[in-house]
Design a protein around this ligand. Structure first.
Ligand code: AR6
Length: 178
């Protein structure tokens, strides 16, 4: 059985097989959690992203897609880069956000990972309302878990106590509605 947990932490410090990065289409780093992952991951991670961009995604990674690289100095095996929707600009931000969670899970399984941790994709710079994003994250992950995934642990990382409460609320609501 796969567990779905909520942990309040800095995702760059979490020992886990796969760390999901809330990247942008360029794959070349940015602010927020992306900046932190590149800072801690170091040169190996940034160079892997540059190479991937050059060889596979000259026009950038599509919104909702996910791709893995090495994790550099992070206490993880792989980083899974996914591009969340910009809430105010995307024609269907809810569907694209669900794609991020689904495609990241699929990528983790293709990579043979046993555990994965997600930050709250799109809820910072990209402006997705936090409770709505948490509801989508929880619903999408629980659905995938019900369908069966080859992972032992799926972690939703909160970066503040307020964000942890938002995620707990989403999880409680989803479990009561089963
Ligand atoms: N650990 C866990 N969560 C974090 C951390 C951390 N170290 N740092 C931030 N968060 P954001 P987005 C949370 O803005 O909205 C970048 O410039 C943060 O509190 O990082 O998807 C990229 O390059 C928030 O809840 O990602 C893109 O251009 C969540 O991570 C753009 O921002 C996501 O906030 C992506 O924007």
């Amino acid at each position: 059985m796969t567990t779905l947990e909520i942990i309040l932490t800095d995702i760059t410090q979490l020992p886990i097989d796969g760390v999901v990065n809330a990247a942008n289409n360029s794959l070349l780093g940015g602010m927020g959690v992306d900046g932190a992952i590149h800072r801690v991951g170091g040169t190996a991670l940034t160079q892997a992203c540059q190479a991937l961009r050059h060889t596979h995604y000259p026009d950038g990674l599509a919104t909702g897609a996910a791709v893995a690289t090495c994790a550099g100095e992070l206490p993880a095996k792989r980083v899974i880069h996914t591009v969340g929707p910009v809430y105010a600009k995307d024609p269907d931000p809810q569907a694209r956000l669900a794609d991020c969670y689904r495609n990241s899970l699929r990528c983790a399984q293709e990579e043979g990972l046993r555990s994965i941790a997600f930050p709250a994709i799109s809820t910072g710079v990209y402006g997705f309302p936090k409770q709505q994003a948490a509801n989508i994250a929880v619903a999408t992950l629980l659905q995938a878990l019900r369908e069966g995934v080859a992972l032992e642990r799926v972690v939703l990382v909160a970066f503040s106590e307020e964000d942890a409460q938002i995620l707990r609320h989403a999880l409680n609501q989803a479990q009561h509605s089963i």
